[in-house]
Design a protein around this ligand. Sequence first.
Ligand SMILES: C[S@@+](CC[C@H](N)C(=O)[O-])C[C@H]1O[C@@H](n2cnc3c(N)ncnc32)[C@H](O)[C@@H]1O
Length: 214
Amino acid sequence: MNEPTADQPLHQSSLPNPARNLNTGPLRDSIEFLRGFVRNPAQVGSIVPSSRHLEQRLVRSARIGEARTVVELGPGTGGTTAAFLRAMAPSAQLLAIELDGSFHRHLSTSIRDARFQLELGSALYLAQYLSARRLPAPDAIVSGIPFSTMPPDVSDGVAAAIAQALRPGGRFVAYQVRAHVADFVSPYLGEPEKSWEVLNVPPVRVFTWVKPEG
Ligand SMILES: C[S@@+](CC[C@H](N)C(=O)[O-])C[C@H]1O[C@@H](n2cnc3c(N)ncnc32)[C@H](O)[C@@H]1O
């Protein structure tokens, strides 16, 4: 697992892009995604990007259209990111955190939207990234990072960071082939709502948690 250590910088950030221009092509994204999987299968966790059906399920489950601040963990080549931006209000903001340097470069040139901010680094440092950018507690956090292949201490650290960062009443949505994510997140956020998206390669489980108020 290519996790940064405590000695490494928290982020190598890019500034938000001023103009909106979602210049992504499905074929270009798929090739880039497959390259990412070959580089690091355990970290990427899938050979193709999420399907349009899964993207729309995530938009609905996380209530992206109502959110003011959205965080995406593991945007990959940006198909899910672009779907969130299409569904988001004009005044909402999206922070994406990606661990893979090539995916980060791809995203920083292909997504131009004033509402979009991007960090290169680990989801472990979610709180620090939000604080450095003076973003409020997110209304929605969506994650495709593979909890089942990460070291257990990293999975637990990411789950704790998500539970801590989310605003009370906010939603955490995770899409995964396996169910391990629930073992890590439920101790912090309680029982999730579970569903399957079968129109995806491969079919995935979708878990939705709502952070208790108060
Ligand atoms: C299954 S892919 C999802 C990509 C994209 N969101 C999609 O649905 O097509 C998982 C992504 O999580 C990233 N990732 C894995 N571990 C991470 C971590 N600890 N922090 C941030 N991103 C991570 C991988 O590099 C990869 O881009």
